[in-house]
Design a protein. Structure first.
Length: 301
């Protein structure tokens, strides 16, 4: 991974031309220290060429097959030249309002946080939703509970009154927006591509922490998120991967007997309850997706 600039911004496009263009339009290209890389994950139409023609200052990589979130970002990593790499969902905006002035050094608070200690390997900005009064989506995470694997996003759904404007450690990064030192990737490894969609950033966070680095939340930079534009808020695709991947995450990151207890809980209680709930609410498609997620995990584990 040769280094030629300070910051590489990497985003994945999959049948999301409008969202990707809206994001690119908010990036401060007057900052000559950054480069922008768009990885097109085999969109049905040739959206890569459309993006390349509209934004000649952007590096566009077209994959001939959908590599998922991690696989697409790993392609971007291989093409990146920055000292720092910023991974951002294409359904986000750097500024929510058009009248906001785009700062040349918009990402400097995140870079400053990474540079403040050799132990800090990854940092995430404050993330707010891109609707209504822009409620908070992410101001750090709480740790996963031992057996149920439950945690929460700090500040989720709250109106932002500055109550989460203090930087702090967080156990996991948020996949919608995360900045990483290049040296961290070289030591911890690329994103795990066995998930395809969802849980990759949690597993990568574990890899980075095992490599000896800390992860921080830095509120001096804010990203606005439209959320689940590619998969839908309550789609069979999302249900399938959430079901399968939380089991896979448990398998990859926990030891016996805790791993076994969590597996029994996720299949015997959580998945069973979800299946019954979906049938009661006349969503057999989601019930089927849940069953497939459990079956494919058991088949491949």
């Amino acid at each position: 991974m040769p280094q030629e600039c300070e910051l590489s911004i990497i985003t994945i496009n999959y049948n999301g031309l409008a969202d990707t263009c809206a994001l690119i339009d908010t990036i401060p290209f007057n900052d000559e220290t950054l480069e922008v890389i768009v990885v097109d994950n085999a969109s049905k139409n040739d959206e890569a060429t459309l993006i390349e023609n509209r934004y000649p200052q952007v590096t566009v990589i077209r994959s001939d097959r959908n590599l998922g979130f991690a696989g697409g970002n790993n392609l971007g990593i291989q093409a990146a030249h920055g000292k720092y790499l910023f991974f951002i969902n294409n359904d986000t905006l750097l500024q929510c309002k058009k009248e906001d002035v785009r700062s040349k050094r918009y990402f400097q608070p995140l870079i400053n946080r990474l540079e403040s200690s050799p132990k800090i390997g990854m940092v995430c900005p404050k993330i707010r939703f891109a609707w209504d009064d822009n409620p908070i989506q992410f101001a750090g995470y709480t740790p996963l509970s031992p057996i149920t694997m439950r945690n929460r996003s700090i500040g989720f759904g709250e109106t932002d009154h500055g109550q989460y404007d203090t930087a702090h450690l967080t156990p996991y990064a948020h996949g919608a927006a995360m900045m990483v030192k290049r040296e961290v990737i070289e030591k911890a490894g690329f994103m795990p591509d066995c998930y395809f969609l969802y849980y990759e950033e949690l597993d990568w966070s574990m890899m980075i922490r095992r490599a000896g680095y800390d992860i921080w939340y830095e509120p001096s930079c804010t990203i606005y998120h439209k959320e689940s534009q590619a998969t839908g808020q309550n789609s069979p695709l999302k249900t399938y991967y959430i079901t399968r991947n939380r089991l896979l995450f448990n398998q990859r990151n926990r030891r016996l007997p805790l791993r076994l207890l969590t597996t029994l809980y996720l299949i015997g209680i959580v998945a069973t309850k979800d299946i019954l709930k979906y049938y009661i609410h006349h969503r057999p498609d989601l019930a089927s997706a849940t069953m497939k997620g459990v079956f494919h995990y058991l088949k491949n584990s």
